[in-house]
Write a protein that binds this ligand. Structure first.
Ligand SMILES: Nc1ncnc2c1ncn2[C@@H]1O[C@H](COP(=O)(O)OP(=O)(O)OP(=O)(O)O)[C@@H](O)[C@H]1O
Ligand SMILES: [Mg+2]
Length: 323
């Protein structure tokens, strides 16, 4: 049984008395100890998917149907209190916008202590020792100094490390990281990615890593889910994604998106056109209008089907891609 299994997840947002489906029957799973990357252009529903798993969608959005099975339990059916028992304990999340997650008026030490107290109930001395140990673990050797600082006194990279340390407090089985480094400069991004890989080994954690950086996918992922306009359009192992790319959108993504791992040789092309507005109303392939391989059959409903074991694609044009 996978650690996390998302089944037919549909998320809608109320907008001007209309329901807008922004996540459309999304399916994927995360196995124990693996890193699954979700990749796709801005606005394709990556964050909404992650927030739904954590029950953090907010007011306007709600899950219309589907299941989020964690260790076999459907998180969508749990009461807020039961969910609280899993959030922060067994599943932890790291966001892109760290400043919004840390409280500006408390020191790092106080915030960590509070969280350790709530989750683990350690006494004062043990709490401090544990906080220092975690900060050192995430590459902040001056942990004692960091503890005394307020969030604004730290660099962006240091704050992200603090967030990761806080996520580790309960040794979560699953870490959800939603673009955890995009606000940081490239060197720091690379360091944080390396840290996540090390922590995965040490903690035997699974990681659901959301990114729009295809280079991050190549370096980090075991398996990959590609999203486009609210749907999963391709899922496969990381090598297969690059070697046996099956969806024209994935192919375009591989050629087009700049990466923190880029070398000078890679020539970037842009994907022509943009994500269609009101894509919810399109019955057929949502990428068809931008796809250079599309034929009129592509405008009919497309099945998300398996072309090789573990390799799923929502495209009828199997085998047309130039490899
Ligand atoms: N609170 C909201 N109300 C209405 N629509 C929303 C809300 N939050 C997100 N959406 C819509 O849901 C869609 C998916 O958004 P989401 O934030 O999941 O995209 P994303 O893939 O994470 O993009 P990015 O790479 O920019 O973070 C977008 O079209 C967005 O406009
Ligand atoms: Mg997002």
């Amino acid at each position: 049984m996978p650690l996390l299994q998302v089944k037919d997840l549909e998320v809608v947002f109320e907008q001007e008395h209309k329901e807008l489906m922004v996540v459309d029957k999304v399916n994927f799973h995360v196995d124990e100890g693996e890193i699954l990357c979700i990749v796709g252009e801005s606005g394709c529903g990556k964050s909404v998917t992650a927030l739904s798993i954590m029950g953090l969608l907010g007011q306007q959005g709600h899950v219309r149907s589907g299941e989020v099975l964690f260790d076999g339990k459907d998180l969508l059916k749990l009461k807020e209190k039961e969910l609280d028992g899993i959030r922060g304990n067994e599943i932890a999340m790291v966001f892109q916008d760290v400043m919004n997650c840390l409280n500006p008026s408390f020191t790092i030490g106080n915030q960590m202590a509070e969280s350790i107290r709530i989750h683990l109930g350690y006494d004062k001395k043990k709490t401090k020792e544990y906080a220092i140990q975690l900060l050192e673990k995430v590459g902040l050797p001056d942990a004692k100094v960091v503890m005394k600082k307020y969030p604004h006194m730290l660099s962006g990279g240091m704050r992200q490390r603090v967030m990761i340390a806080m996520a580790l407090i309960c040794r979560p089985k699953l870490l959800i990281a939603d673009e955890p480094t995009t606000a940081l400069d490239v060197t720091i991004q690379l360091q944080i990615m390396k840290l996540l890989l090390e922590l995965r080994e040490e903690y035997h954690m699974s990681i659901l890593l959301i990114t729009h950086d295809i280079g991050v996918v190549a370096e980090m992922a075991d398996r990959v889910v590609v999203m486009y306009a609210g749907q999963c359009i391709e899922e496969t192992g990381v090598h297969s994604l690059f070697e046996k790319t099956a969806h024209p959108y994935t192919e375009a993504l591989l050629r087009s998106v700049p990466s923190i791992y880029d070398n000078e040789e890679r020539k970037l092309e842009s994907i022509q056109g943009s994500v269609p507005e009101n894509y919810q109303e399109l019955e057929g392939c949502r990428f068809a209008k931008r796809c250079s391989y599309a034929t009129k059959e592509c405008y009919a409903k497309q099945k998300y089907h398996e072309i090789e074991p573990g390799h799923l694609v929502r495209c009828r044009l199997e085998g047309v891609l130039k490899r």
